[in-house]
Design a protein around this ligand. Structure first.
Ligand SMILES: Cc1cc2nc3c(=O)[nH]c(=O)nc-3n(C[C@H](O)[C@H](O)[C@H](O)COP(=O)(O)O)c2cc1C
Length: 359
């Protein structure tokens, strides 16, 4: 068995500075940002992605109602470490009063900003008239944004899909309305609610929004590789790209995007041992925050993402999910990763295709 070298997770380096981009009032060290992903983008994942060069990170989506009621669980989910900055806390609200109350409460945590979700396609949220349901009522959506903007001293951004369905594409009027309402920028996931995650994201819809508004636009949807990120930036003129599933178990994608932008080459893919070191660090961060028992349990889905599509991963997965302690999990990871050829191993396409959607 090969010995593990000391963990070599990069720190934020000066090398990323030439990539910096101004997004409204926020200066980013890179135009590649980590998407909000419920059940995934906890503090540990956000920290790792920042260390690998993500320009900024977003929390998982919180409930505006839970927040205004000072729900303890919501607050734990909203907490972040200084290392994550710039970090935006995302929430959804179904009416202006809720948005205003939640924005006021969340601002007390002093995030770099707040992000309002109008893209969530999940039935439970739609039935509560939240998330992408609001794309059907642009006037209410704009009043929600305005209420949040008025209630806080931090910037408020907005994340949308391109419409409810293909017959009601309205990303352009929605983006104009949120610009008018004071949003710092708009992120466009270039799919409709009806499309959920099917088919390919329609990047041309991002370009249409970019041409229609003066606030910055973040493009999102199906960035699987560094070259996808650069293509999305170049083909639409968007100010930044948001990466979700492409970063699950692969924070290296941010290093690759930055390298491609800076040097015209994405650089070497991580070796299996680099993946092992990175996954070990993520586990450590999670356990530090929530304790061993919960940390190990919650880490499993991340670990599965680190090995999805790699050689002999099925046997490893069956084994590792049984372990309950950090030592057992790290021993098992060391055995597995050191059994793989010690060469840079790009992320298999299947890892993106098989990424879990909402929990
Ligand atoms: C597991 C999972 C959870 C998600 N949770 C959220 C969320 O909490 N808030 C949000 O705005 N989008 C959420 N999304 C959508 C992503 O932010 C992103 O818009 C979408 O995955 C498309 O980007 P991608 O192709 O890079 O993954 C989630 C997506 C996934 C796969």
């Amino acid at each position: 068995m090969r010995m593990l070298s000391a963990v070599q997770i990069p720190s934020l380096t000066k090398a990323t500075q030439p990539l910096s981009v101004q997004l409204g009032p926020i200066r980013l060290s890179s135009p590649a940002v980590l998407a909000p992903m419920a059940g995934y983008t906890d503090s540990a994942m956000r920290r790792l992605c920042r260390r690998f060069g993500a320009g900024m990170v977003f929390s998982e989506m919180l409930s505006g109602e839970g927040t205004r009621r000072n729900n303890e669980k919501t607050f734990k989910m909203a907490s972040f470490s200084e290392e994550e900055r710039p970090v935006f806390i995302q929430f959804f609200a179904t009416n202006p009063q809720q948005a205003s109350d939640a924005a006021r409460v969340l601002s007390q945590l002093e995030p770099d900003g707040l992000d309002l979700n109008f893209g969530c396609p999940v039935k439970k949220i739609i039935l509560a008239c939240g998330g992408s349901a609001l794309l059907k009522d642009v006037s209410l959506l704009a009043r929600i944004v305005e209420a949040a903007v008025k209630a806080t001293h931090v910037p408020v951004s907005v994340k949308i899909r391109s419409g409810w369905d293909i017959r009601s594409l309205n990303a352009v009027p929605v983006a104009r309305a949120v610009e008018e309402a004071g949003a710092a920028w708009v992120t466009v996931h270039a799919r409709t609610r009806s499309e959920f995650f099917q088919g390919l994201a329609h990047w041309e819809w991002i370009g249409e929004v970019k041409s229609a508004v003066s606030i910055p636009v973040i493009g999102n949807g199906d960035v699987r590789t560094a070259s996808d990120a650069v293509q999305l930036l170049n083909s639409t003129g968007c100010d930044a790209v948001m990466i979700g599933r492409g970063a699950m178990g692969y924070p290296f994608i941010f290093r690759e995007v930055n390298s491609l932008l800076l040097h015209g080459d994405a650089g070497a893919a991580p070796t299996p041992m680099e993946r092992c070191e990175c996954a070990t660090e993520q586990l450590k961060c999670m356990v530090e925050r929530v304790g061993e028992s919960r940390g190990v349990k919650e880490f499993r889905k991340h670990l599965l993402a680190y090995v999805r599509g790699l050689q002999n991963s099925a046997r490893f997965k069956n084994e590792v999910v049984q372990y309950l302690t950090v030592n057992e999990v790290t021993d098992s990871m060391n055995r597995y990763f050191s059994s793989l050829p010690d060469v840079p191993t790009p992320r298999p396409e299947s890892a993106f295709e098989q990424a879990p959607l909402y929990e």
